[in-house]
Structures are given as structure tokens and as C-alpha cells.
Design a protein around this ligand. Structure first.
Ligand SMILES: NC(=O)c1ccc[n+]([C@@H]2O[C@H](COP(=O)([O-])OP(=O)(O)OC[C@H]3O[C@@H](n4cnc5c(N)ncnc54)[C@H](OP(=O)(O)O)[C@@H]3O)[C@@H](O)[C@H]2O)c1
Length: 304
């Protein structure tokens, strides 16, 4: 069996690779990246590290040859992703790959206002009509984002606001997304044509989550219920670009487009993220981490 992982140099790709290396010989892994030198350690262990770029269809097809199953980790290039993902699906088919596992998002419906949700919807459609076997992993919001990124900002400002209203989310640990993906890849034929909701074990409003963090940290944060127009003004005042720009995630003050973040909040408010499943447990045999457990994992960063 040969498992191909795209985005293998990224955070999620590295977590999935590390888990698979505990279950299958390194020689069964083909790792794709535009920068093979970043995966030198994995190559030393015996993994086949290959150059691949979603913007280069012939090169991608060459890189996928010999693979049985592809872990297609969605890219971050909003606006280009449907083309990139569709290129990868077609290249996989042309290269003889039989099965694609795709990292989608929670609440994938044609009516979702979320820009990334629409792109995941289009990719899911392309995958389901490709003739390949597939497994779709609809990852909910990473629980880690709140204690790692949003809580330090809330502590610094003493307040934080969202336009998600009473919309609910079952945030999931990124490690559980990786565990679910590795579990599917190691036994992919058993998961043919399944769509899984990869969520945490409990639904919360954003206000619930910040109340919990505030209590745990003993650093009071005022939670503000904002309208979408008010939230847009907050993003604009922070100098965050409305549209996506390539490479922006490397800029700590302008790391993601506000159009995408605002429409994500709209999707939460409209109930598209109000999904809580036990699919992590079903796939991995271990229950998903609770939000409180994820907070404990990251809270050291607040105490600095
Ligand atoms: N659920 C959530 O809350 C949430 C939040 C944010 C992101 N996400 C999702 O999380 C996943 C990525 O997470 P991550 O943390 O691993 O991201 P990351 O660390 O930024 O890694 C991104 C990966 O994508 C690869 N990539 C980007 N453009 C590419 C291209 N044109 N051709 C080939 N490879 C390309 C990069 O590979 P090279 O640079 O090495 O080529 C890199 O390995 C994505 O599926 C994203 O949609 C989910």
C-alpha cells in the first residue's frame, strides 16, 4: 500500500505523517511538498518525498504515480482552491490513484455564506463525481484556535466580540483531525464513500467558550455580541485585508482575509456549524478531546 499525503510539510500534514509512521512502514508513504528539503527527516526515515505543486498539473500527476490513496489536504489559497483541488483530483485519477481522502469543513451545504465553505462544497462535488472512491472529513472549527490565538488577544484587550449570535460549534482538537485522518488512511477501503463530521464532543456558543477560558485563566474578558457590520468595522480598524492575498498567513497582524472570517461567523450564526458527532471516536476508537482539555493543553501561553 502506498499512501500519498499532500501538504505534508504543513502542520496538519506533519501530524498525520507522524501518526502513520507509528502504524505503517515509512516506505509506504509518499510525501508531497513544493519544498522537499523541509521533509529531509522523513526522507531519512524512508518516506518517498516528492516535489508537487497544485498549480502544475503534469508535475502533480507524475508525483502521484504509484500511490493507492491520496490524502488531499485543502490548501489555504482562497479563490484558487477549487481549481487547485480539482487539478489534484484529476491528476490523482490520471496517475492511477484509486481513493482520495479530503479535508473539508463543517456545515457544507450549497446555501452556506462561508467563502471557504462554498469552496469545500465545490471540491466535494468534484470529488464525488470523479469516479474515484473518496472519504470526506468535514473538520469543525479547530478548538486550538481559541486558546492559542484568540484568548491571548482577548486578554490583551480585555474584551472580544463575535457576530455569531447564538450559533453553536462543536470545536475539535487539530490532533483529533489528524488522528481521524490517519485512522482512515491506514484502513481506507473500509471508509470508501463515507462523509464524516469531525467534531468535538459538545456544542458551545462563542460566549460559552470565552466564559470558560476567562474562568480558567482568572483574566476577565468582556464578551461582546456584535452585528456583522460592527464586526466588519473591527476587522477594518485592525487593518486586516478584506480579500485573501497569497502568503498573508505568514503576517501575524494580517493573517487571514476578513471576508472569509466574517462569512465564517455568518455561517456559525445561521446554524451551519451546529453539528456534533461521534465520528472521531468511531474512526479512532478514542473519544474526541473536550474543549476544556484542549484549553488545558494550550493555557501555558497565557501565563507567560
Ligand atoms: N478547521 C479549522 O478551523 C481550520 C482553520 C484553518 C485551516 N484549516 C485547514 O487546515 C488545513 C491546513 O492546515 P495546516 O495547518 O497544515 O496548514 P499549513 O501549515 O499552512 O500548511 C499548508 C500546506 O499546504 C501546502 N500547499 C499550499 N499551497 C500549495 C500548492 N500550491 N501546492 C502544493 N502544496 C501546497 C503547503 O506545502 P508546501 O508549502 O510545502 O508546498 C503546506 O504543506 C487546510 O485543510 C485548511 O483548510 C482549518
Amino acid at each position: 500500500m502506498k499512501i500519498v499525503i499532500s501538504g505534508a510539510s504543513g502542520d496538519l500534514g506533519r501530524k498525520i505523517t507522524a501518526l502513520l509512521l507509528q502504524q505503517v512502514p515509512a516506505s509506504e508513504l509518499i510525501l508531497l511538498t513544493r519544498k522537499p528539503e523541509t521533509l529531509a527527516a522523513e526522507a531519512t526515515k524512508g518516506a518517498d518525498v516528492r516535489h508537487a505543486d497544485f498549480n502544475d498539473a503534469p508535475g502533480l500527476e507524475r508525483a502521484l504515480r504509484g500511490g493507492d490513496v491520496l490524502m488531499l489536504i485543502s490548501t489555504l489559497s482562497i479563490g484558487k482552491r477549487v481549481h487547485q483541488h480539482t487539478t489534484a483530483i484529476h491528476a490523482a485519477k490520471a496517475a492511477g490513484v484509486r481513493h482520495v481522502v479530503y479535508t473539508s469543513s463543517c456545515g457544507i451545504q450549497p446555501q452556506t455564506p462561508s467563502i471557504s465553505g462554498k469552496e469545500h462544497y465545490a471540491t466535494e462535488q468534484a470529488l464525488q463525481s470523479s469516479g474515484l472512491h473518496y472519504t470526506i472529513l468535514r473538520n469543525s472549527w479547530y478548538a486550538d484556535v481559541i486558546p492559542q490565538l484568540l484568548m491571548p488577544a482577548g486578554i490583551a484587550m480585555g474584551a472580544i466580540g463575535f457576530s455569531t449570535g447564538n450559533g453553536m460549534v462543536a470545536p475539535v482538537a487539530k490532533d483529533d483531525c489528524a488522528r481521524a485522518a490517519a485512522g482512515v488512511l491506514a484502513n481506507y477501503k473500509a471508509h470508501a464513500n463515507a462523509i464524516y463530521e469531525i467534531t468535538g464532543p459538545q456544542l458551545f456558543t462563542l460566549a460559552d467558550m470565552f466564559q470558560h477560558c476567562s474562568t480558567v485563566s482568572r483574566k476577565p474578558i468582556v464578551y461582546q455580541n456584535l452585528s456583522h457590520a460592527e464586526k466588519q468595522s473591527v476587522f477594518d480598524a485592525m487593518g486586516i485585508s478584506r480579500g485573501y492575498e497569497e502568503g498573508m498567513m505568514n503576517d501575524t497582524t494580517n493573517a487571514w482575509a476578513s471576508d472569509e472570517m466574517l462569512t465564517y461567523e455568518m455561517a456559525i450564526k445561521q446554524g451551519f456549524f451546529s453539528i456534533c458527532s461521534r465520528h472521531v471516536e468511531m474512526i479512532t476508537g478514542k473519544s474526541a478531546l473536550s474543549f476544556a482539555e484542549v484549553v488545558q493543553l494550550h493555557r501555558a501561553s497565557w501565563d507567560k
